[in-house]
Design a protein around this ligand. Sequence first.
Ligand SMILES: *Cc1c(COP(=O)(O)O)cnc(C)c1O
Length: 379
Amino acid sequence: MSLYERLGVPRVVNAVGPATRFGGVPLSAPVLAAMAEATTLAVDVEELQRTAGAHLARLLGVPGAYVTPGASAALLLGTAAVLTGTDPGLVDALPEVRGPRDTVVVQAAHRDPYDHAVTATGARLVSVGYPASTRRDELARALDECTAAVLYRPGRPGEHVGLHETAALAHAVGARVIVDGALHVPPADRLRAYVDQGADLVAVSGGKVFRGPQASGLLLGDPDLLAAVALHHQDMDVRDATWSRPGERDPRGAPRQGIGRSLKIGREQLLGLVVAVETYLEHGPDPVGRDELEVVMTALTGAGVAARWHHDTALDVTNLEVDVTGVDANAVLARLADRAPAIFVEEGAVWRGALLLNPMALLPGDGALLADALLTELT
Ligand SMILES: *Cc1c(COP(=O)(O)O)cnc(C)c1O
């Protein structure tokens, strides 16, 4: 009997992909082995963070890296670092922002529910422009000596100020640029392009295409800002007299537990992510689940249901797009969720009459279950 059965939690078919609400994607054997090995020894976690960060930064070709429990956590920690630097007084005060720079500017099209990670630090979010367009002048007028950072989300449709220009405008007033690359990295060359175009920090999800532990992520970029992240994030249950100050830390003494302490990471997640990134860089995206979607494609087209391959450029994965125009899509989704096992598909394209099937979390046999369910609903 599986642990899930013992607890009475039924399995579901996850055709959504790396979604947190379904536990993300299955981990590979090397990642699981790394997590098991991580737990066998005690280490100084601060030193582990620093060393693993340097290793990942070298592998990914960026100036610095810091392992977080997800991209959302990385956004929060990165914003905190930008607001305070390594000043222990400013670190201790958050979410009261005592520094002179307390706002984060964002183009309207780049807004997202994950903005909560930014405002949780106490920063004030200032939205500029409109969903379909933001002009360079509008962005420039919004930036001043109170701007701590510009939050940038790539890949949004419309006429917006590009990253290179955004960074030039931000840096001209002494503000930093934080890119939410959760959906867009890997590939690693896209990450390096963000840094080359002026991003100071890039938040990345470990549990998406890297196939790392679900509660893992990376904050990449400026090593000085990452040193400030450590002050917010590390377990600061220390004494000033014996606290070792590795690296180029601020000499003013230890801050207390900061707002980032709620986002702690275990060494299992940390080493799991290290091995996941190594595995990705060595072998590229894992094609797992693709065969299952082939089963669905063959069954649907054989029965005259319109379906086509659709490459998601953000996640760099090929989904199967199933046509549901003229059908009550919400009723179909409800009936899929009512089956045993329950079936969940990506709903993000329902507005244009399509269900998306993502292969990344499909298990052997899921293709047949999906095909059977969709044929029942759509023929
Ligand atoms: C998934 C996602 C996040 C959150 O990533 P986690 O690693 O789950 O914290 C943040 N921003 C965007 C745009 C995302 O797609």
